[in-house]
Design a protein around this ligand. Structure first.
Ligand code: NAD
Ligand code: UGA
Length: 441
């Protein structure tokens, strides 16, 4: 199949590369010409394990191409996939301007009947609106091509994106007719051994499923975070509670880690968007409002642990921070809890020495104007002379750290672990004050 992916960001680039890997002819298009130039040299615009190699492989086999010429992309393919961003507006609703601008261009450049697949995360009803825009522009041009609209939300996780994309646990496709269903079945068949993993539903249900899934995962995290605060004062241990809960197959062990609160480009915005969708129809999603509130509180709750330890006196203190990315395996800093924590440390007069295995380049761009923030390649160097170590991202490197060296480098032997990567008993034995999440201090 000839596919053009419009928007070569996280989702567009990963999915475009994976469709090429399965033998399709893929053209990835983006309005960011610099990004396209780099991709044509085999350079990925973000870190994702294995992606650059797969791009190079498929580009050399002439199945994967990149262009900044949107018209060419729209004219040359049978299937157009929309994978542009859908950020939050100020009021929490979804900013659909990128999606709608692509719809306008499709209308302007469409030169035959086409499948238009919406991969971006969009509120229920958006695919319908995309079709209406395309058809309006086609009418204005006086042409009458057929637009087969498909909703096909993406469920990949950053850091595990290739695995999620090449071996998806499920594929959700919202279609309107049998013919489109067959085309999408043929497209996804090479990705799944068992085609029952491809769920065909109506377009509205498909759009809603994406938000529902992210909202459920965010709910689990906020539930565990709120519970962890109760554990801290009652003497229970959230890690043991999690283990016990997760052994129930109805609950399962995943996404139950209490921490510093969720971040990233999707949970925060998608939770807000679903709340807004409910409000738009005069309803309330009280559970999700609480999920969001608890998440905000959790960032602050973790900060307060540090503040309380130093009896409110953070002025002049130096905080070593391990981890900037919103989670391990990515250099993505969007809505990263580390950035919010840095802001708070600076506000209260502290200095921050931060280290991250991958996210330093992006952090330099964001934090270069902050004279009280230093960034380090070596996570041991960030510790020198610091009053405390704060762990924000659970990179495996940190788990395997030489704790004697950590102790020798820090001014005070105190660690605030926002991801529970160490065992309190072992840390105590090593002589640390070890303050983690969901355990009595
Ligand atoms: P992104 O910001 O990384 O990339 C969007 C890209 O679209 C940018 O490169 C931008 O230059 C390009 N673009 C904008 N307008 C364009 C236009 N008119 N024509 C061509 N290109 C244009 O976004 P992302 O993280 O890939 O997210 C895309 C969508 O996928 C969002 O709706 C998001 O919620 C959803 N999603 C993201 C993830 C993830 O892990 N990042 C996972 C699942 C779903
Ligand atoms: C998430 C979903 O997992 C993907 O399925 C979805 O496609 C994607 O959003 C999206 O719609 O963009 P991602 O944002 O890459 O993927 O990262 P997650 O692994 O889900 O983590 C999100 C946040 O939750 C991170 O800050 C992480 O630290 C936090 N988290 C996760 C916890 O605090 N506890 C957990 O148990 C799990």
């Amino acid at each position: 199949m000839r596919i053009s992916v419009i928007g070569t960001g996280y989702v567009g680039l990963v999915t475009g590369t994976c469709f090429a890997e399965k033998g399709n002819q893929v053209l990835c298009a983006d309005i960011d010409a610099t990004r396209i130039e780099k991709l044509n040299q085999g350079i990925a615009p973000f870190y994702e394990p294995g992606l650059e190699e797969l791009i190079k492989k498929n580009a050399s086999k002439k199945r994967l191409h990149f262009t900044a010429n949107i018209q060419e992309a729209m004219e040359s393919a049978e299937m157009l996939m929309i994978a542009v961003g859908t950020p939050s507006d100020l009021d929490g609703s979804t900013d659909l301007s990128y999606v709608m601008s692509v719809a306008e261009s499709i209308g302007q450049h469409m030169n035959a009947d086409k499948y238009v697949v919406v991969k971006s995360t969009v509120p229920v009803g958006t695919c319908e609106a995309v079709r209406n825009v395309i058809e309006r522009v086609l009418r204005a041009r006086g042409v009458n091509y057929k637009v087969q609209i498909v909703s096909n939300p993406e469920f990949l996780r950053e850091g595990a994106a290739l695995e999620d994309c090449l071996y998806p646990p499920r594929v959700i496709v919202g279609v309107e007719n049998d013919e489109t269903q067959q085309v999408m079945l043929n497209l996804y068949r090479p990705f799944v051994e068992d085609t029952s993993k491809i769920l065909f539903v109506d377009i509205f249900s498909s759009e809603m499923t994406k938000y529902a899934a992210n909202a459920m995962l965010a709910t689990r995290i906020s539930f565990m975070n709120e519970l962890s605060r109760i554990c801290e004062v009652t003497g229970a241990n959230i890690d043991l509670v999690k283990k016990g809960m997760g052994m129930d197959p109805r609950i399962g062990p995943h996404f139950l880690n209490a921490g510093v609160g969720y971040g990233g480009s999707c949970f925060p915005k998608d939770v807000k968007a679903l709340i807004k969708t409910a409000r738009n129809i005069g309803s309330e999603l009280s559970i999700l409002q609480a999920v969001e509130e608890v998440n905000q509180q959790q960032h602050d709750h973790f900060f307060k642990k540090v503040q309380d330890y130093f009896k409110g006196q953070l002025e002049g203190k130096t905080i070593a921070m391990w981890g900037l990315a919103f989670k391990p395996g990515t250099d993505d800093l969007r809505e990263a809890p580390a950035l919010r924590l840095i802001e708070k440390f600076l506000y209260y007069g502290a200095r921050v020495k931060a280290a991250d295995p991958i996210a330093l380049e992006g952090a330099r761009k964001l934090l270069s104007f902050e004279s009280r923030v230093e960034l380090f390649d070596s996570f041991y160097e960030a510790l020198n002379g610091a009053d405390a170590l704060v762990i924000v991202t659970e990179w495996p490197e940190f788990k395997g750290a030489d704790l004697n060296q950590v102790k020798a480098s820090l001014k005070n032997s105190v660690i605030f672990d926002g991801r529970n990567i160490f065992l309190p008993s072992e840390m105590e034995e090593l002589g640390f004050d070890y303050i983690s999440i969901g355990k009595e201090m």
